[in-house]
Write a protein that binds this ligand. Structure first.
Ligand code: ADP
Ligand code: ASP
Ligand code: MG
Length: 441
């Protein structure tokens, strides 16, 4: 049994929804995870922005514009008045619910309930369309099984236990449709898996049902060897190891949610990235095999990074120094991405700077702290086993004209990371592509 996920663009119009239904209706039982129609989540976030400044009228007007898009999609999608009416009623009730929520004081919980509505809308519309077409489609309610544990991470045990009774994996050709992105937290309040989280929903469901494969269908033919929004002539990478794809996703390759590879890696479920606009394109297969050993496969970049340096004469031969430093980050639940040490200091990078002031206050007990903001991690990924020679030199060569704040290599066999200024990101990505991919062979 396979789990298929379709992103916002893939369900972004009536035409696209019909395309998805054609793709998935091959007679095989499957679970299909859908994102909200493209633009909807952003629009719902804008709705909460109106509420935050107390502009309820503005918020409600905003929903009217969004609702018009849905009315248009419904007119184009259904062929029978009966199903169009059912969809109109469902969507209208969800928009009325949004307008009711607008009257309440805005809280973090309420915001999460608001942004969850996009996936509820798209899954209802597609399920009704499939039923209209005579397809055995069953709508699952992801809130019934998608849960976070008290640490804020998805609770795979709970998900498995609560999802399995809801699906009949032997059902003859039945297609289950589920909302991506949304979940409940451990207290039972509405939450989500962060932006782009539908990919994570798919791999979690894949792990929960022991799927033979998880397919992430999007608007590009797989993971490219560099960010196609920045670098010209990027090419799809046809195969990646779980670790390679996890590094790329975590360090900014937007095609995959940062942590969605973890459940697949855990259960060894292959993940395939495919293009809804070009379904026969090969895409990218991600699994536990290492192909093209000794090669750099792709480059990604993650913005919004802050670097901290702690310089201390006392670090010299002082065991326990790093532990004390790490404890500060642990206290403030801030994870460290890159770390470089020398005898007199240590530099670290973080992407979540909400607790930065508190962290700096505490770190100052151990030495002089300096901060560089608006930095960017450039991550070069491939089979970078230390015994292979030449990659570090090639990557460094590409960075020769770019000021590099930190370099990290050897933490895994799969990446070299550079910390540069955000303003140098594009130059760095282009230079790395030119040096590593264009001049190869
Ligand atoms: P979806 O809505 O289907 O989840 P996303 O917008 O989240 O799609 O991800 C697909 C987009 O990711 C592509 O359109 C592309 O612009 C962007 N992207 C960034 N880096 C890469 C990469 N290395 N390979 C492929 N796509 C990438
Ligand atoms: N709709 C959510 C978002 O836009 C989740 C997703 O598309 O994966 O982030
Ligand atoms: Mg996405």
């Amino acid at each position: 049994m396979k789990v298929l996920k379709f992103g916002g663009t893939s369900v972004g119009s009536a035409e696209r929804m019909k395309g998805v239904v054609k793709l998935i209706s091959d007679g095989n039982t499957k679970i299909v995870v859908l994102s909200a129609m493209s633009g909807t989540t952003n629009s719902l976030i804008e709705f909460t922005n109106y509420l935050r400044i107390g502009n309820i009228t503005g918020a409600c007007e905003h929903t009217t514009v969004l609702q018009d898009k849905y009315k248009h999609t419904i007119r184009e999608l259904y062929t029978t008045a009966q199903y169009a009416e059912m969809a109109n009623e469902k969507i209208a009730s969800l928009f009325n619910h949004l307008r009711d929520l607008a009257q309440k004081p805005l809280t973090a919980e309420l915001e999460k309930e608001i942004v969850a509505q996009g996936e509820i809308m798209s899954t209802n519309m597609v399920t009704l369309y499939m039923q209209e077409q005579g397809i055995d489609a069953v709508l699952l309610n992801s809130f019934d099984f998608m849960r976070l544990a008290p640490n804020g991470e998805p609770d795979l045990g709970y998900i498995r236990e609560h999802l399995l009774p809801l699906v009949d994996l032997e059902a003859n050709g039945r297609i289950y449709i589920a909302q991506g992105f949304v979940c409940l937290n451990h207290q039972g309040n509405i939450d989500n898996l962060q932006r782009g989280g539908s990919d994570y929903t798919a791999t979690l469901i894949g792990a929960a049902v022991n799927a033979e494969e998880v397919q992430i269908w999007t608007d590009i033919d797989g993971m490219h060897n560099n960010d196609p929004r920045i670098v010209d002539n990027t090419k799809p990478v046809h195969h990646l190891h779980f670790e390679e794809s996890a590094e790329l996703a975590y360090f900014g390759a937007k095609i995959l949610h940062p942590t969605c590879i973890l459940p697949a890696k855990l259960t060894g479920t292959p993940v395939r990235l495919l293009n809804t606009m070009d379904p026969t394109a090969e895409g990218t297969l991600i699994d536990n095999n290492l192909t093209r050993p000794g090669e750099i496969k792709a480059i990604a970049a993650k913005d919004g990074i802050t670097a901290l340096k702690i310089k201390s004469g006392r670090m010299l031969l002082a065991y326990g120094f790093l532990r004390k430093v790490f404890e500060v980050f642990e206290t403030y639940k801030t994870s460290i991405d890159m770390i470089c040490t020398s005898e007199v200091g240590v530099s670290m990078s973080i992407d979540d700077d909400r607790k930065l002031d508190l962290i700096v206050d505490e770190l100052q007990k151990y030495g002089t702290v300096t901060i560089d903001r608006d930095m960017c991690i450039i991550c070069v990924v491939g089979d970078l086993n230390w015994e292979n020679t030449g990659f570090e030199a090639r990557a460094m060569e590409a960075m020769k004209d770019i000021p590099v704040r930190m370099v990290s290599y050897g933490g895994s066999n799969y990446n070299i990371s550079f910390l540069v200024r955000e303003e140098d990101k594009e130059r760095a990505l282009r230079s790395l592509s030119a040096t590593i991919f264009d001049e190869k062979k």
